[in-house]
Design a protein around this ligand. Structure first.
Ligand SMILES: [Zn+2]
Length: 126
């Protein structure tokens, strides 16, 4: 087992100590749903599916939950957790999730967020 420490993701919005709890499909930690991304699979029209982030929380369909953390995303991809959680057996394009996490930033890596314009080629090995 790869130890993925997602517990360091602690947002300052401390008002939500209660609420629905979901399990991150990447690191399998239980977390308040408000701390997680809800993702759903949408058909791409080419026989495949793309995983999209349900930012508004109102997309229909079966959803999965993931920390807004590239490590959890990678872990979920590696163990094919998206397909299992979303009941998808075909090819899944998860690039939109990675892009979303990049946009909102990973809060426990503040050093990576400094001078982001200097890193125009933040090409990550998928
Ligand atoms: Zn996680």
């Amino acid at each position: 087992m790869v130890q993925v420490d997602c517990a360091v993701i602690q947002r300052e919005t401390s008002t939500s100590d209660t609420g629905p709890v979901r399990t991150c499909i990447g690191c399998r930690r239980r977390e308040l749903a408000v701390e997680l991304l809800r993702v759903v699979a949408v058909a791409t029209g080419h026989g495949g599916f793309a995983v999209t982030v349900d930012t508004a929380g109102n997309l229909p369909g079966r959803g999965a939950w993931l920390h807004p953390d590239q490590r959890c995303l990678r872990a979920a991809i590696r163990r094919r957790a998206f397909g299992r959680a979303l009941r998808i057996t075909g090819p899944l394009d998860t690039s939109a999730v990675g892009g979303h996490i990049d946009r909102i930033g990973v809060r426990d890596h503040p050093e990576k967020r400094t001078g982001s314009e200097e890193h125009e080629h933040t090409v990550k090995s998928r």
